[in-house]
Design a protein around this ligand. Structure first.
Ligand SMILES: Nc1ncnc2c1ncn2[C@@H]1O[C@H](COP(=O)(O)OP(=O)(O)OP(=O)(O)O)[C@@H](O)[C@H]1O
Ligand SMILES: [Mg+2]
Length: 267
């Protein structure tokens, strides 16, 4: 943002916010359709091939947008090596998934942050454990997810990149739905194919692909990035050219700008 006054967005920023908000609403609609056709209609794993693709920001915004429908949504930071959701929502990471899974804390304690946005709860990653992959595919994770499925309409899990570590893949036996994040001009086509093969190889179900950092929506279906579209229908909603400027500031409230209550919900 150009200054610290929350209501002082320029016309250019308001236009960018509008496109971002609309893009996420379109992703939400497509995701709702995709989830409705799956067996596990509640849990979505978010991953990418490589680091820095935009997974965490995308997961946070998709969760916020889904919660705006009135659905009860939980966002879990499943990246216990590189936790970031607690930073995005400005909460502590003292407790969280790692402690729950290792039995160091109980599900009914202070691990969950309720209503970080309307209808949205957050379970941070917690302190980095020595064995994140094992914890994610443990019986405790299965038990936790089973209990949370009862309590929430949608659950999103922000996971590490599948090209680097296998944490996300270990989760797929408990929660097979995957949303892939692909960064334009960064993620290579072969790496997307490789990720999709890995995901399908362990029984995962690819719901779709979100393309981030799109500076020119016309370029999406041309050139060497042209084949991303076939893995999902989210690619074309990518007019995010001003997006990194906002997300880097860590401010998430813009996602609500259209509803007119952005500042009251912004953290
Ligand atoms: N749609 C987007 N367009 C442009 N920049 C983005 C977008 N989404 C995220 N970013 C920026 O990209 C950087 C990485 O974002 P983020 O932390 O969400 O990625 P990540 O895939 O979770 O990374 P990691 O692999 O380290 O967990 C941040 O600076 C963020 O502001
Ligand atoms: Mg991340």
């Amino acid at each position: 943002m150009s200054n610290n006054k929350p209501n002082a967005a320029t016309e250019e920023e308001r236009t960018a916010n509008f496109y971002i908000t609309e893009s996420y609403k379109t992703i939400r609609t497509n995701l709702q359709f995709a989830l409705s056709a799956t067996e596990d209609k509640k849990v979505t794993i978010v991953t990418s091939y490589e680091p820095n693709a935009g997974k965490s920001i995308t997961t946070a915004n998709v969760a916020i947008t889904m919660a705006q429908t009135g659905a009860h949504v939980l966002l879990i930071d499943g990246d216990m090596r590189n936790a970031s959701q607690h930073k995005i929502f400005s909460v502590t990471n003292t407790n969280g998934l790692s402690k729950l899974l290792s039995g160091l804390s109980k599900p009914d304690d202070t691990s969950f942050f309720r209503n970080v946005r309307a209808n949205l709860d957050l379970l941070p990653a917690g302190p980095t454990p020595p064995n994140p992959s094992e914890l994610l595919c443990s019986k405790n994770m299965k038990k936790l997810l089973d209990a949370l499925r009862e309590a929430y309409d949608y659950i999103f899990i922000d996971c590490p990149p599948v090209g680097v570590i296998s944490d996300a893949l270990s989760l797929l036996s408990n929660a097979p739905n995957v949303m892939m994040v692909v960064r334009q001009r960064q993620t290579r086509h072969d790496d997307i194919k490789h990720s999709v093969e890995k995901i399908r190889g362990v029984g995962g179900k690819l719901l779709g692909v979100v393309i981030t950092d799109v500076s020119d929506s016309n370029s999406l279906f041309g050139g060497k990035y042209g084949k991303y579209g076939k893995y999902g229908k989210y690619g074309k909603y990518g007019k995010y050219d001003k997006y990194s400027a906002y997300t880097k500031s860590g401010e998430m409230h813009y996602i609500n700008n259209n509803s007119g209550n952005a500042q009251s919900e912004g953290k």
